[in-house]
Every structure is written in C-alpha cells, then in structure tokens.
Design a protein around this ligand. Structure first.
Ligand SMILES: C[S@@+](CC[C@H](N)C(=O)[O-])C[C@H]1O[C@@H](n2cnc3c(N)ncnc32)[C@H](O)[C@@H]1O
Length: 250
C-alpha cells in the first residue's frame, strides 16, 4: 500500500506504517529541521514542502500513486494548551487542505491523528467533510500509555475508508489486538530486565505497575476524555493531604 504522509514531521506515521508492510511514496513537511530528519531516514522519498501547494495533478505528474493518505495536522488551535480557536484556526485549519487532497486523490484509506480535544473542537467537521467526499470513518481516543509509553498523552485516531462495509468495527478490534500484543511484549521485557537486575527496567516496571494502579491502562470502553483528569486531581489531593499531614508543607 502506497502512503502519502502529510504534515510528516519526523516521519512517525511512516515508521509505523512501514512496519505494517506499507511504503511511503511521498512526504509533505514545511519545516527544514524535520525535512532533514526525513531525508536522512528516507533518502529516496520525495518531500513536498507546503500542503497548500500540493495537488493530485502534481503528484501524478511526478509519477506518484497513492493508496493511503495519513496526517497529524497542526493541533495548536485545537489543543487545550492553545487559545482554543478550533479547527477553523490559522494552523489547525490546514485540515481543509488535507480534506481537499483526499477528495482529489481519493485514496482507499485515510488515517488522521490529533489531540484529544479534537473530540469537542472539530471532530464533527472532519467526519462531515469526509462523509461529503464519500468516506466512512471510525475513530478512537488512544492514550500513549496503552501502547507502551510511561505517560498518558491521549490522541484521537480516525481511520476512513471509501467502502462502508470494510471498516465495521475493525478499528476497535485492531486496537484490542495491538494493545494485547504490547502488554505481552512489555511484560516479557520487564521480566527479562528483572532477571538481569537492570535498574532502568525495574524503574520502568515500577512505573508500569504504578500506572496500572491508576488504571491508566483501562480497557478501551473506559477511554473517555476527562476520565484520567478526574483521577489525577484525586491523586494530587491525596499527595497534598499526605504532605500536610506529615508536616512537609506547613
Ligand atoms: C503535529 S506535527 C506532525 C508530526 C508527525 N506526525 C510526526 O510523526 O512527527 C504537524 C506538522 O505539520 C507541519 N506543517 C505545518 N504547516 C504545514 C504546511 N503548510 N505544509 C506542510 N507541513 C506543514 C509542521 O511543521 C509539523 O511538523
């Protein structure tokens, strides 16, 4: 499957998709530093600069065919850390270029990723735009902790397809399988590290156990935005109360 990686950054999407057997045929990234990283790891893959200037005709003229478009469009206007302008903002508004290219190229599949705040600040726009150009979509919010990272970092993933029958719950089934395999790998790695008396491994293991106590690895049905936030506030209160009780804080 030939991949067009939009808003490529340092190629995280391509790294994952190539591990799944796909092949990136073109990148599109505006900043020089990530372009350098991309050139280093994918020296033969062309890098287009500005998504606003990229067209299906231009790609076809360069002999590039595409089966899948992926992209994590800029999140600054969507993120809770920003001003919250939303998906119409100057930077996150680049979603419309992504939608234009999907409409022009009509790939078999589309994968879009963004921060969890997208659920309330633009998901409906994305689903509407995709539906208008004939794409069915499934989405899920996946915390990084569910795929091996020692922190939460919720991200929304949208997978869209032109064939309504093809998705039908497969995103969720795939996520469950992926999460099952990662847990297996992680517990195998933890056990190995323990046997070797590896402190890094021990630390990770403890961290892993701690995050499990906090239930950061909740099953998929419980991944609701705000969920961990509530729990974190609870934990912060417990820590503050303990510090006050023990006289660490006066
Ligand atoms: C959220 S990051 C994507 C990170 C990427 N998924 C990765 O694995 O590194 C968004 C990227 O879009 C790029 N970008 C912003 N405006 C762009 C434009 N007009 N054309 C192409 N890329 C752009 C930014 O430089 C940034 O690297």
């Amino acid at each position: 499957m030939r991949v067009l990686d939009l808003f490529s950054g340092i190629g995280g999407f391509s790294l994952g998709l190539e591990r799944a057997g796909m092949k990136t045929v073109a990148f599109c990234e505006i900043e020089e530093f990530p372009r350098k990283v991309l050139r280093k790891h994918w020296p033969e893959v062309p890098i287009y600069e500005d998504v606003r200037e990229l067209t299906a005709a231009g790609l076809a003229a360069d002999g590039i065919g595409v089966d899948l478009i992926c992209g994590g469009f800029p999140c600054q206007d969507i993120s809770v850390a920003g001003k919250g302008t939303g998906i119409e903002g100057a930077r996150s508004g680049l979603w419309r270029e992504c939608a234009r290219l999907i409409g022009e190229i009509r790939p078999q599949f589309v994968i879009v990723e963004n921060v969890a705040a997208l659920l309330g600040r633009g998901l409906s726009r994305i689903l509407g735009d995709l539906a208008e150009i004939g794409y069915n979509a499934e989405w899920h919010c996946i915390p990084a902790s569910h795929v091996g990272a020692p922190h939460r970092r919720d991200r929304v993933w949208i997978v869209a397809d032109t064939n309504n029958q093809r998705l039908q719950g497969r995103v969720e089934a795939g996520l469950r399988e992926c999460s099952r395999r990662i847990r297996q790998c992680r517990s195998a790695a933890d056990t190995r590290n323990h046997r070797k008396g590896n402190h890094g491994g021990k630390f990770m293991n403890n961290l892993y156990r701690f995050t499990r106590q906090l239930n950061w690895n909740d099953p998929i049905e419980d991944w609701t935005p705000g969920h961990v936030g509530d729990r974190l506030v609870g934990w912060v209160c417990v820590v503050v109360a303990l510090l006050l009780l023990t006289g660490v804080v006066v």
